[in-house]
Design a protein around this ligand. Structure first.
Ligand SMILES: Nc1ncnc2c1ncn2[C@@H]1O[C@H](COP(=O)(O)OP(=O)(O)OP(=O)(O)O)[C@@H](O)[C@H]1O
Ligand SMILES: [Mg+2]
Length: 347
């Protein structure tokens, strides 16, 4: 449905040349929900804007639904773009227009009669569960409702593809879930292919089948979502996976200097993360015995991805400096990723 071939995009500004997208080649299959995840500045928005040529690639080709957009003239491109809907983090609704008018905007020059437009807008508002809101203004809506209006507007021209640029990033977790469910519904019921841009792995996990991780404008890794969770190859991917885990709850405690993470002299607070093979072993109890340590577990997390466990532990280690050092060596030998969060060994 979408085919990007060797897409590059550079911007030049005062500080020089910015290579925002680097040689990206990817395919999105018909009916798929495809995720693109990356840190801020990785080039996600630029890349997705290259799909509908809101941003013209510096080089490379873009194909959507069998048509090479990069070869079209302005008039043809305008027409082709109607088959690609887009929603944004900030909704981009027109504040001076009602919900009805916002949804109907794209139908202005469609040649549809007023009655047809009314009928279609009403059907769309019912699809996004906003019946009864046709005559209110965006300022009278919650964030989630605004995004529903934006979805209805994006669907007005019956697109084959929907591009979502951080569509849930301005919403609370519960509203995020309801918008993600809406995206799933339009994917299944209207057979719309979706590209989801996000910096949250939880979004990818909830609705995507495949995902590309982008870093510095290039694809660092691409995989089925389950494959990515089971076998992340790049560090950037691992970092994203860990953000979905409850282990990251240790960081705010440290920032607030919570009593839970206050150390006695000689103690150290460690975050250990392990992949699929190590987690089956009783590492903590083994270290405790072997190195005569007291280990106080603060957080533990375990996820089963395709039958294989993956997780980690945040714990305070209490023991002699030599024994703690030996335990760290032991963890390293077991290929466990260790992060020293707090260290009172010199205290
Ligand atoms: N119009 C522009 N002119 C100059 N530089 C730009 C322009 N648009 C984007 N960039 C630069 O390109 C790089 C990628 O930006 P982009 O907005 O695509 O990142 P992103 O992954 O969407 O980030 P975020 O998660 O913060 O939205 C950044 O270094 C950005 O400053
Ligand atoms: Mg962006």
């Amino acid at each position: 449905m979408i085919r990007l071939e060797h897409i590059n995009k550079t911007f030049s500004d005062k500080s020089g040349l910015i290579h925002a997208v680097r040689d990206v080649t990817l395919r999105v299959r018909p009916g798929e929900i495809y995720g693109i995840i990356g840190h801020s500045g990785a080039g996600k928005s630029t890349l997705v804007r290259c799909v509908n040529l809101l941003e013209r690639p510096t080089s490379g080709q873009v194909w959507v639904d069998g048509v090479e957009l990069t070869a079209l003239r302005a008039g043809e491109l305008r027409k082709a773009r109607k088959k690609i809907g887009m929603i944004f983090q900030q909704f981009n609704l027109m504040a001076g227009r009602t919900v009805f008018q916002n949804v109907a905007i794209g139908l202005q020059y469609s040649g549809l009669s007023r009655a047809h437009i009314r009928e279609r807008v009403e059907r769309l508002l019912s699809f996004v569960e906003l019946e009864g809101k046709a005559n209110v203004y965006p300022s009278q809506l919650s964030g989630g409702q605004k995004q529903r209006v934006a979805v209805a507007r994006a669907l007005a021209n019956e697109p084959r593809v929907l591009l979502c640029d951080e569509a849930t990033s301005a919403l609370d977790p519960q509203t995020t879930q309801s918008i993600l469910s809406l995206l799933q519904k339009l994917n299944r019921e209207l057979n719309i292919t979706i590209v989801v841009i996000t910096h949250e792995m939880s979004v990818i996990k909830k609705i995507c089948q495949r995902v590309a991780v982008i870093e510095h404008g290039a694809i660092a890794e691409e995989n089925e979502v389950l494959g990515l969770f089971a076998n992340p190859r790049q560090q950037v991917t691992k970092d994203f996976l860990y953000t979905t885990s409850s282990l990251s709850g240790v960081y705010p405690l440290v920032r607030e200097d919570s009593p839970v993470v206050r150390l006695k002299p000689g103690e150290v607070l460690l975050l250990m993360r392990y992949g699929t093979t190590q987690v089956c072993q009783p590492l903590v109890s083994r270290m405790s015995k072997q190195f005569d340590l007291e280990i106080n577990i603060l957080f533990g997390d375990l996820e089963i991805i395709e039958g294989a466990p993956m997780g980690g532990t945040a714990a305070i280690f209490h023991g002699t400096p030599e024994n703690i050092k030996s335990a760290l060596k032991f963890l390293e030998a077991e290929h466990i990723t260790v992060e020293v969060i707090r260290d009172a060994r010199m205290a």
